[in-house]
Ligand binder design. Structure first.
Ligand SMILES: C[S@@+](CC[C@H](N)C(=O)[O-])C[C@H]1O[C@@H](n2cnc3c(N)ncnc32)[C@H](O)[C@@H]1O
Length: 234
């Protein structure tokens, strides 16, 4: 375990979406997600959350190209209720093909271009969504992270995220990404992400009113850290 979180800017966030290095890095992130089996880490908790519902609204924070949930939708979507999906990102790069793929699976999908804090500051409308995030929460620290966690808790009845685990093993893996052809942006951001990743019960400690929620936070797979918060039913 690496003792303290260190949060630094990730290069991908400063590049224009059409920059070839950004395009390459997003492709690398897709490969890394496949390698570390992110969809499998998200699937079981989402199955549990969605079980029994007839329709559900899901918001994916920092959705990027929107492909992480598409992989899940393809594997699992037919067993899930009718889904209305909102892909939120300050710089979304969701292709028309990805949207068409979701719609072919029967999902209602919308892209929201917004900074997460602006979105959280808007008045909530409709049913409380299930909120998910992959490789997103670790961008934030201190009061911003606390505000993000509390804003999410105020908006949802279930929140699930998968983040880098702040461990020596994950750091060693991120140093090897050049071997599988990841570009310099990805190699830089992977190390920054691991150092900014989570451990132990760090997200649970920020969650408000813990008695009203079931919180599960643990290492997942070899390199990931998973956090799940579900509101207790009355
Ligand atoms: C490492 S990428 C993860 C993308 C995606 N979740 C995945 O699994 O491939 C992080 C994403 O968070 C977005 N992001 C960072 N800060 C944000 C903010 N304050 N509000 C909204 N999106 C943000 C970035 O634009 C980027 O697409």
């Amino acid at each position: 375990m690496i003792e303290l979180r260190q949060v630094h800017a990730e290069w991908l966030d400063s590049l224009a979406p059409g920059d070839p290095l950004a395009i390459g890095s997003r492709r690398d992130i897709r490969r890394i997600n496949r390698l570390i089996a992110t969809h499998a880490l998200l699937r079981a908790p989402l199955d549990r959350i969605l079980c029994g519902a007839t329709s559900i609204r899901i918001v994916d924070l920092g959705a990027g190209d929107g492909l992480t949930l598409l992989q899940l939708a393809r594997h699992q979507g037919r067993n899930w209720p009718r889904v209305r999906l909102e892909l939120l990102d300050m710089q979304p790069v969701v292709s028309a093909r990805t949207l068409a793929n979701y719609r072919d699976l029967g999902w209602d999908v919308e892209v929201i271009r917004a900074d997460v804090f602006d979105w959280l500051a808007r008045p909530a409308s409709g049913a409380a969504p299930v909120i998910v995030a992959n490789l997103f929460m670790h961008h934030f620290e201190g009061e911003r992270l606390r505000a993000l966690v509390q804003g999410i808790a105020a908006r949802t009845s279930a929140f699930l995220c998968c983040e880098p685990r702040r461990s020596r093993t994950a750091l060693a893996f991120s140093r090897l990404l050049g071997v599988i052809g990841c570009n310099e942006i990805t190699r830089h951001d992977a190390m920054v992400s691991v150092r900014a990743g989570f451990n132990a019960q760090e997200l649970s400690a920020l969650w408000p009113e813990p008695d009203a929620w079931i919180l599960r936070e643990c290492a997942a797979g070899l390199f990931s850290h998973r956090f799940l918060a579900e509101a207790k039913r009355p």
